[in-house]
Ligand binder design. Structure first.
Ligand SMILES: Nc1nc2c(ncn2[C@@H]2O[C@H](COP(=O)(O)OP(=O)(O)OP(=O)(O)O)[C@@H](O)[C@H]2O)c(=O)[nH]1
Ligand SMILES: [Mg+2]
Length: 225
């Protein structure tokens, strides 16, 4: 038996406290809320969009996000074990010791108050089930490719083709890797004519920004009127 007893429960009227804000009159019933100029100037409001950085294992997605993020990027790197040796090819990146196990996250503000939130996908096969969740709300994707192992890009390209989401192909140039013309890359990857193919180096901010701008322009071009 409950010692409080059901017939002794006190009845209390809870009065919510007035909301606290820096706006004069806020929280006072009946008072007009005085809006500050910065609250009504819609030209100042940044447009925030989400983009995804995808591609095969070790192609440079985490490096890409880290190279441009204006906040300390969120990384979910974990040491790789020998168990992945037979599945994820390490020959192109022999010094790579870690892999992304959930996502990368970063932010970059482009001109005209355009804020991009960058979400990098994990590359190992066993984490691909997370891609659907990572795509939610994205306006498009950068699909990275390494010319030494183009076939690793096919799953990501197929994925975005079937999803119907705008994407650009960013060819990440590693030292010593062959450099092909964008048209040749397009043919080799069977990428449609309208899809931009750009060359970049994931470690160089300026080239990463160019790849992101190419994606934003492409997404705007494809957006319905
Ligand atoms: N030379 C060169 N090395 C790069 C470049 N981009 C990335 N790397 C190196 O390649 C390795 C792999 O880079 P990550 O950014 O971890 O690749 P990732 O695609 O995020 O890898 P996963 O998350 O495991 O799929 C790292 O050792 C990077 O330093 C590049 O443009 N040039
Ligand atoms: Mg990564």
């Amino acid at each position: 038996m409950d010692s409080a007893g059901s017939d002794t429960i006190p009845t209390t009227t809870v009065v919510p406290p007035p909301r606290v804000s820096g706006i004069p009159g806020a929280g006072i019933p009946g008072a007009e809320e005085v809006l500050q100029s910065w609250q009504t100037d819609r030209s100042r409001a940044p447009i925030a969009i989400k983009v995804v950085i995808a591609g095969g294992f070790g192609v440079g997605k985490t490096t890409f996000v880290g190279a441009v993020s204006e906040i300390t990027p969120l990384q979910t790197e974990a040491l790789m074990t020998r168990a992945s040796e037979d599945i994820d090819d390490l020959t192109a990146t022999p010094d790579k010791l870690t892999t992304t196990v959930a996502m990368d996250f970063g932010r970059i503000t482009l001109e005209n108050d355009l804020v991009l939130y960058l979400f990098g996908t994990p590359g190992q096969h066993r984490f691909w089930f997370m891609w659907d969740d990572l795509m939610r709300g994205a306006i498009g994707a950068v699909v990275m490719a390494d010319t030494r192992r183009l076939e690793d890009s096919f799953p990501a390209l197929d994925y975005f083709e079937s999803l119907g989401l705008p994407y650009v192909v960013a060819v990440n140039h590693f030292e010593g890797a062959p450099l092909y013309r964008p048209e040749d890359m397009r043919n080799a990857l069977s990428v449609a004519d309208g899809v931009p193919v750009v060359h970049m180096d994931a470690r160089r901010r300026i080239t990463v920004v160019d790849a992101l701008l190419a994606l934003v322009r492409h997404a705007v071009d494809l957006a319905p009127e």
